[in-house]
Design a protein around this ligand. Structure first.
Ligand code: FMN
Length: 183
């Protein structure tokens, strides 16, 4: 295969213009159902930081890589950009309030939230479906966001807990199974 990607590459010419407005784009992207995560870390001053994120996805199994993206205007942006490690906490269906808390810019997002310390002291939120302890592998520019690639170092998973879902701007729970387990 020619031209294996070794670094970020711009495919579209800079003059490319969209035929839709950003509200239409948001609504269309909202048709893609996601889980909800809170990305947490310890900043350079030793303070805990956290942000609700649904741009999380898997990238690679070997090496184990994941991604998420962060808006350039996000309060505390620098702390995330500088962090050597972070935790992706995958929220459970009963954690809507946790998601809302970490999606606002209140002073102490962690007040009253049960937490235990992971690698490097990074906070793991209690009660989640899963948590991935990552070190920051690569940062890529992505328009008005920056894309984080993280290398997963340690996993936690409670398969008994149902996950929180996000669809068309609203929180949901898993509904019907439309196909029984594949053979
Ligand atoms: C369900 C949900 C998913 C979100 N996903 C992301 C995301 O992937 N990346 C991001 O930068 N902000 C995301 N946000 C927004 C941030 O959590 C936060 O609300 C935003 O940075 C505004 O914070 P502010 O109120 O402090 O300005 C999401 C918010 C919600 C509610």
């Amino acid at each position: 295969m020619g031209g294996l990607i070794g670094g970020p590459r711009t495919v579209l010419p800079m003059t490319h213009s969209a035929s839709f407005d950003s509200l239409t784009l948001r609504r269309t992207l909202g048709a893609f159902t996601t889980g909800v995560t809170v990305v947490t870390l310890v900043d350079d001053a030793g303070r805990w930081q956290g942000l609700t994120v649904n741009s999380f996805n898997s990238v690679s199994l070997n090496p184990p890589l994941i991604l998420w993206s962060l808006g350039l205007g996000t309060p505390g942006f620098e702390a995330f950009q500088n962090a050597e490690r972070f935790v992706v906490n995958i929220l459970a269906a009963d954690q809507v309030a946790v998601s809302q808390r970490f999606a606002t810019s209140i002073a102490d997002k962690f007040a009253g939230i049960p937490v235990r310390r992971g690698l490097g002291g990074a906070p793991l939120l209690e009660g989640c479906v899963a948590a991935l302890e990552c070190c920051t592998e690569t940062l890529y520019p992505g328009g008005d966001h920056i894309i984080f690639i993280g290398r997963v170092e340690r996993l936690h998973h409670d398969p008994e807990r149902p996950p929180l879902l996000y669809y068309q701007g609203r929180y949901r729970e898993i509904g019907q199974v439309v196909q029984e387990e594949a053979e």
